[in-house]
Design a protein around this ligand. Structure first.
Ligand code: SF4
Length: 300
């Protein structure tokens, strides 16, 4: 497989310059790499799930099995797919409004249960598909369509919330740093357990924070991601513009850490359900066939 094998003929309608483009290209490269090596992941064992928002179109642009869910419901769908067939590699894509707003409770429970999936958040910090309303991670004072005088709410720090919620892998990337995104995506997918990657995705049309991010991001070094308190301190180093008068104002010069901020090993939910090690592919197939036979017998 090459990255081109994952392309579709669907017309791409993202705005020119959107941070979703490098994110999509990075995902294609990672998918290609997953198909290489000694124990390759075959495309038919990959499933993508998306929510509603500009990000959701990503599943239209990737030639893989995918499920376009409804707003805020990426996690229940991804969880269901994983538990029905633990052999599948499930990758969820969600926006900040989708995951940190409508779907927040689902997200916390997926973290708490350590569902073995990867969730990539296209965090552009605005409801972009609906043309620019403030979202859960918009900075305080954000002058969106629904808050022309500036958002009166400080933003949520989703990584802090998920750390407390029990997530076993938390990372942050930036859509203008594709090489780093690639490394993070690989590690997130390889991680056995709930992995969330928060991508600071530039929305050039409704919340262009490219310059703001470029001046502040740095890659974490000398950091032990297995240490909870170190992770918390790193996560709290930047609070998504809370109390700053608005990202992009130029008043503050916070530093924004990128990289793997937290990582620990813990039993996954499917393993807890099946302490023997989860269903093997053969057992899953057997179970599926038995279920189909039962349904057919009942329908006669
Ligand atoms: Fe990208 Fe923003 Fe355009 Fe949506 S509105 S496609 S997030 S630039």
């Amino acid at each position: 497989m090459t990255a081109h094998n994952f392309e579709t003929s669907v017309l791409n309608t993202w705005c020119p310059g959107c941070g979703n483009f490098p994110l999509l290209n990075t995902v294609k490269t990672v998918l290609q790499e997953l198909g290489e090596g000694e124990s390759p992941t075959r495309p038919e064992n990959l499933v993508l799930v998306a929510g509603i928002g500009c990000h959701g179109k990503i599943v239209d642009y990737l030639n893989l099995n995918s499920f376009y869910s409804i707003h805020g419901r990426v996690l229940p769908v991804a969880t269901g797919i994983k538990l029905a067939n633990p052999d599948l590699e499930v990758i969820g894509f969600a926006g900040d409004g989708d995951a940190y707003g409508e779907g927040l409770e689902h997200l916390i429970y997926a973290a708490k249960r350590n569902i073995d999936i990867t969730v990539i958040i296209h965090n552009n910090r605005v409801y972009s598909l609906t043309t620019g309303q403030f979202s859960p991670t918009s900075p305080l004072g954000f002058p969106g369509r629904s808050t022309p005088a500036g958002s009166p709410e400080p933003p949520l720090n989703p990584l802090e919330l998920l750390l407390a919620g029990g997530a076993t892998f938390l990372a942050r990337g930036f859509s203008s740093e594709p090489e780093q995104m690639k490394q993070i995506f690989r590690e997130a997918i390889d991680h056995r357990g709930f992995a969330l990657v928060d991508i600071l995705q530039v929305c050039v049309t409704f919340n262009n924070l490219h310059k703001y991010y470029a001046e502040r991001v740095y890659t974490v070094t000398d950091h032990d991601p297995a240490d909870y308190l170190q992770a918390l301190n790193k996560i709290k180093e930047w609070d998504y513009g809370a109390g700053t008068g608005g990202a992009g104002s130029g008043e503050e010069k916070e530093r924004i850490p990128l990289g793997i901020l937290y990582k620990r090993e813990a039993p996954t939910f499917d393993r807890r359900l099946s302490p023997g090690g989860g269903r093997s592919r053969a057992a899953t197939q057997e179970h599926r066939e038995a279920l189909i036979e039962k349904i057919l017998a009942n329908s006669k």
